[in-house]
Design a protein around this ligand. Structure first.
Ligand code: NI
Length: 129
C-alpha cells in the first residue's frame, strides 16, 4: 500500500535547481517536482509531450515551432503541455516550483539539446529517500 506524498515536504527536502525529484509514479509515468531559477537549456523530447504545472512562482517557457520563436508565461496554478518534438527552454526570473508529468525514463534535457551548462542536472529524475 502506498502512502500519501506531501508535495511541500518533498520540495523542502532539496535545494538543487533544475534537478527533478520523483514524487510518485503511475502507469509508466513519473510525477516530478523541481525548483527552477534562471534559464534552462533549449531541448526537445522527440517521443513525448511534457506537462508542466506551476506549483509556486511563475514560469516562462520559450518555444520554437517551425523556426518561429515565442514564449508562454505561466502563473502559479497554471498548466501547460509542450508537444513532443517542439524545442523549448524554461526560464524563471525567481525561484519557482514546478510539477512535471512525463514517461518514466524521460531525460530532463531531452533527446536533442544545446550545450548543457554545468548547473543543469541531466537526469531522468531522482527518487526521494
Ligand atoms: Ni523538456
Amino acid at each position: 500500500m502506498t502512502e500519501p506524498v506531501n508535495l511541500q515536504k518533498t520540495l523542502n527536502s532539496f535545494n538543487e535547481l533544475w534537478s527533478p525529484r520523483i514524487v510518485t509514479q503511475f502507469n509508466d509515468y513519473d510525477v516530478r517536482v523541481a525548483k527552477f531559477h534562471g534559464e534552462y537549456v533549449w531541448h526537445s523530447h522527440l517521443d513525448t509531450d511534457e506537462l508542466f504545472i506551476v506549483v509556486a512562482g511563475r514560469l516562462t517557457i520559450h518555444l520554437r515551432e517551425s523556426g518561429v520563436e515565442r514564449s508562454v508565461a505561466l502563473q502559479q496554478g497554471e498548466v501547460y503541455v509542450v508537444p513532443r518534438g517542439i524545442e523549448h527552454k524554461p526560464e524563471s526570473d525567481a525561484e519557482s516550483h514546478i510539477l512535471m508529468i512525463e514517461p518514466t525514463g524521460t531525460l530532463t534535457v531531452g533527446d536533442t539539446h544545446d550545450k548543457i551548462p554545468d548547473y543543469v542536472d541531466a537526469t531522468t529524475g531522482h527518487h526521494v529517500d
